[in-house]
Design a protein around this ligand. Structure first.
Ligand code: CP
Ligand code: NVA
Length: 315
């Protein structure tokens, strides 16, 4: 069974296919579609809050002719201790696909192992692959132009990732960059070097990732085509908020720092943003800030991901 738990679950040709399809879905939005999920129900098990992921998947499933079933973890028996494996086995008898947002990446791997329907990672503490594919697609749209080669447009480009360089978004960009042929410079406080999990993942997959960690934000943004940041306090880290804000202050994306990237560099943020914290309002107001394109593209790209998995499950 094909799942999408990490960026590299798609091969390079599959990724090109997902991007091409996302572009078609975007172009033809509102016109009757191929209904690739017609007659299907996809369940979404969420253990954390969500605006973009929840809405883009629910809307996307509907637009593909399917039915979305939103299940808050605490509303189902999983929240009362039913095992991940039994939950996966039972839901596999009812639905055609599962989208999961949870804490531990190991939990989603266990769920996928026990599931006989495709599982999509809607964010774990380790990775957020749907976001990365939508972000890369967004950057590629800008760089390739209408009709241009989206995958080729990413090759050799440099990303600067600032702030929390040791959590899901940074990890996912490291893995994604290795798939897209991009370079990534990460700037964060001492102690926030990319952790052993992402290094082990790269090693396990035998992948060479062109990434570099520095504590100097200016060094990271120099020559960058894309400046990226994420919240400093992720879901589940609320108790550390005060400490993290103090540690990460030098890594805020200010207008001055953004100006040190390439003159046509894009600014991205997975959102939700905290203006005045990890990013200055002036950067959010810059015409090269493409955060709402990124958010919209979650819909188109995830429709393409679901279509690919649904087709693969039919084979
Ligand atoms: N970027 C993102 O995943 O947003 P949500 O937490 O709102 O889903
Ligand atoms: N790092 C953030 C991403 C939110 C989309 C979090 O995990 O809360």
């Amino acid at each position: 069974m094909k799942h999408f738990l990490k960026e590299t679950d798609f091969t390079a040709p599959e990724l090109a296919e997902v991007f091409a399809r996302a572009r078609e879905f975007k172009r033809n939005r509102g016109r009757p579609g191929p209904g690739v999920l017609a007659g299907q129900t996809w369940a979404m098990i969420f253990s954390k809050s969500s605006t973009r992921t929840r809405v883009s998947f629910e809307v996307g499933i509907h637009e593909l002719g399917g039915h979305a079933l939103f299940l808050n973890r605490n509303d189902i028996q999983l929240g009362r201790g039913e095992s991940i494996e039994d939950t996966a086995r039972v839901l596999s008898r009812f639905v055609h696909g599962l989208i999961v947002r949870t804490h531990g990446h190991g939990d989603i791997m266990r769920l996928a192992d026990a599931s006989s329907v495709p599982v999509i990672n809607g964010l774990t503490d380790f990775l957020h692959p749907c976001q990365i594919l939508a972000d890369a697609f967004t950057a590629a749209e800008h760089w390739a132009g209408p009709g241009g080669d989206l995958v080729a447009a990413l090759k050799g480009r440099k990303i600067a990732f600032l702030g929390d360089t040791r959590f899901n978004m940074a990890n996912s960009w490291i893995l994604g960059a290795s798939l897209f042929g991009m370079k990534i410079s990460l700037a964060g406080p001492k102690g926030f070097e990319p952790g052993p999990e992402i290094q082990a993942q790269l090693k396990y997959e035998g992948r060479k990732a062109d990434y570099h960690f520095t504590t100097d934000p200016a060094e990271a943004v120099a020559g960058a085509d894309l400046v990226y940041t994420d919240v400093w306090t992720s879901m589940g880290q609320e108790e550390e908020a005060k400490k993290r804000v103090a540690q990460m202050k030098p890594y805020a994306v200010t207008a001055k720092l953004f100006a040190a990237a390439k003159p046509d560099a894009l600014f991205m943020h997975c959102l939700p943003a905290h203006p005045g914290e990890e990013v200055e309002q002036a950067v959010l107001d810059n015409p090269r800030c493409v955060i709402f394109d990124e958010a919209e593209n979650r819909l188109h790209v995830q429709k393409a991901i679901m279509a690919a998995l649904a087709e693969s499950a039919r084979k």
